[in-house]
Ligand binder design. Structure first.
Ligand code: MF3
Ligand code: CO
Ligand code: CO
Length: 272
């Protein structure tokens, strides 16, 4: 059963998603050489608390195991579900996927992006661009009259058209009072298949794209997914509300705060 949210529920999910987007922005702003992924995880925990939210990942149960960190931080060949570590020091040329899922007033917001440190190779830049564009291509299909398979197909064809591959083991999902609700939103599939999109659905769309082969394995912590060929991987995610007027992206980054330049001669600007 896929939930169709009331206007009141949408307002709550919108608020949770706004918090997730703000935390993601703040964590990404802290990404720099010399910073550890533990520092980023702890900073995220603090930002969430400051906004009245908590991590939806910490203690998240899969089978009999519980996720031990507040965010998922996945560097280079790590695909998703990386755990912040004091031993993982970021260096120029790294990429890091930052995935933030919060619970705010009982509702979930879920969003991710991959950011780069310093100079990266053109091929890794193309990986980031392709993954972001694949998310946007998926979102563009998130409209009435379409099905989940249309989203999946748009993502897969964009990625494979650029000679890269989509990870099969993890999928997007419905978002509500819990992080993973029906429907599953795969990043590969056929047009006009799977569930029909209806107004009031809230889904997280989240392509994970590998520069090389799509195959993954797990790290020693049994959580971190890693590319088998150890080539880099990227991940972008938005929570999206399906409406009659088209997709509403609930986790857009906050608008930059206006900071007038010192030579701004605007007459409305207070002087002195
Ligand atoms: N935020 C992830 C997602 O996009 C899920 C994290 S699962 C956890 O679905 F176990 F790492 F918490
Ligand atoms: Co996520
Ligand atoms: Co998600």
């Amino acid at each position: 059963m896929i939930a169709l949210r009331s206007e009141m529920e949408i307002r709550s999910i919108r608020d949770a998603c706004r918090v997730a987007a703000e935390v993601l922005d703040k964590v990404c702003a802290k990404v720099a050489p010399g910073v550890t992924t533990y520092d980023l995880d702890q900073a995220a925990k603090r930002y969430m608390a400051e906004l009245g939210a908590e991590s939806a990942c910490f203690n998240y149960k899969v089978g009999s195991r519980r996720f031990p960190a507040y965010t998922c931080l996945s560097v280079n060949e790590e695909v998703v579900h990386g755990i912040g570590s004091m031993r993982r020091v970021l260096r120029p040329g790294d990429i890091i996927s930052v995935d933030i899922a919060v619970r705010y007033k009982g509702w979930i917001g879920d969003t991710a992006r991959t950011v780069a440190l310093g100079p990266i190779t053109p091929e890794v830049q193309k990986l980031l661009d392709t993954t972001r564009e694949a998310l946007n291509a998926g979102i563009a299909q998130a409209r009435l009259g379409h099905r989940i398979g249309d989203i999946a197909h748009a993502i897969q064809s964009l990625v494979e058209g650029r000679g890269m591959s989509v990870v099969r083991e993890f999928v997007g999902h419905g978002v509500g009072r819990t992080m993973h609700e029906p429907p599953q939103v795969p990043n590969f599939g056929k047009p006009n298949t799977l569930e029909k999109l209806r107004p009031g659905m809230c889904i997280a769309i989240e392509p994970m794209v590998n520069l090389g082969s799509p195959d993954i394995e797990y790290g020693d912590d049994h959580w971190t997914a890693i590319t088998r060929d150890r080539r880099p991987s990227a991940h972008f995610e938005h929570t999206v509300h399906i409406t009659a007027a088209g997709p509403e992206i609930l986790t857009l980054p906050p608008a930059p705060t206006a900071k007038p330049a010192s030579n701004d001669a605007s007459p409305t600007q207070p002087q002195g």
